[in-house]
Design a protein around this ligand. Structure first.
Ligand code: GDP
Ligand code: MG
Length: 338
């Protein structure tokens, strides 16, 4: 950023050049304070939406960029149901990532809502990342996304993910196929899973974000309340353990997170919601075995999140047809507008 000015006394030349732009400034003083080290930089801040069909690797990329697990990653499509903000604070920039539900056509109300949420996130963003899977053939959903992105004003990158699976020679034809469809600001082949080229993506984002003040405190990694993150951890485990019988029918809410006074222990109370009475028995399991397993498997991650030992109480309730019912979707946090 300030390379061109290195060596100039007080970087006056560079400061004069930059000061002609209207913007926000942050004085960055790395290490020991010396005139040589003084660099006046424009601070960058903005929202980056990650859109794309289900299963292309959006959540994996978000987790990789943030260096921690915030969003559910699953080999099955459509497990990301909420907009998740991941916040990356760098010395000169703050990038706020919005992980969106996969965009796809559907007649079902539940899927339609998720699609709408995805497109809305793209409309609000300063930059949009459209992720495609290098291995997957194109479908009508890609055209749907393309049409929507044409209406989005923010610059758009094309991310070609999973290049670890196809090898470089096969990436070129994919770039060719996509490059004229939208005026992409950048086309970045990468592997969210291995991390290949993810650093480069981050550098490009920092370059292209607008100048601005940070939106969140530097040490914050998400805007999601703790309860939401805990619910996601439980839902992920429930999803893995129950997916044969109940692929999409489980929702989780966390009603209680209470520290035991004077002890290194937190009581967490959560409810698993199923859609039908007939599913309740499956979620509980014979002699409560299934519920117990869900609890045992999610507890370590919750303890890691809270930094405390956790006493987890899980119950199962029936909320009939929650996937069709708008009020229920809102209560469970799947609709983010009033
Ligand atoms: P999303 O639905 O777009 O959020 O996709 P996920 O992040 O949940 O990933 C879907 C699946 O693709 C998971 O099994 C991931 O492990 C896998 N995946 C994601 N990125 C890569 C990648 O770069 N390479 C490979 N080989 N697999 C990936
Ligand atoms: Mg996802």
């Amino acid at each position: 950023m300030a390379e061109g000015a290195r060596g100039a006394p007080f970087h006056l030349e560079w400061i004069a050049r930059s000061a002609t732009a209207i913007g926000h400034w942050k004085l960055v003083i790395p290490g020991v304070l010396s005139a040589e080290d003084w660099t006046l930089m424009a601070f960058k801040a903005g929202y980056v939406a990650i859109v794309g069909r289900p299963n292309v690797g959006k959540s994996t990329l978000l987790n990789r960029l943030l260096g921690q697990k915030l969003s559910i990653v699953s080999p099955r499509p459509q497990t990301t149901r909420n907009r998740i903000l991941g916040i990356k604070s760098l010395p000169g920039a703050q990038i706020v990532f919005v992980d969106t539900p996969g965009i796809h056509r559907s007649e079902q109300r539940f899927n339609r809502e998720m699609t709408r949420a995805g497109l809305r996130a793209a409309g609000d963003a300063d930059l949009v990342l459209w992720m495609v899977d290098a291995e997957a053939p194109e479908t009508p959903d890609d055209l749907l996304i393309l049409e929507s992105l044409r209406r989005v004003k923010a610059p758009c990158y094309l991310l070609i993910n999973k290049v670890d699976r196809v090898g470089k020679p096969l990436v070129l034809p994919i770039i060719d196929r996509f490059k004229d469809r939208l005026p992409f600001r950048e086309i970045v082949p990468l592997s969210a899973a291995s991390g290949e080229n993810v650093d480069r993506l981050e550098a490009l984002l920092e370059r292209d974000l607008p100048e601005g003040h940070p939106f969140f405190p530097e040490d914050q990694v998400t805007d999601r309340p703790e309860r939401f993150l805990i619910a996601e951890l439980i839902r992920e485990r429930a999803f893995h353990l129950l997916r044969q019988e109940l692929p999409y029918a489980v929702a989780v809410t966390v009603e209680q997170v209470r520290e035991r006074e004077g002890r290194d222990l937190v009581d967490v109370g959560a409810t698993l919601y199923v859609e039908k009475a007939s599913q309740k028995g499956i979620a509980i399991g014979a002699g409560g075995q299934m519920l117990k397993q869900i609890g045992q498997q999610s507890r370590p991650a919750i303890e890691a999140l809270l930094g405390r030992r956790v006493n987890l109480q899980l119950v199962v309730k029936v909320r009939e047809g929650w996937r069709r019912d708008e009020d229920a979707l809102r209560d469970l946090g799947y609709l983010d507008h009033p």
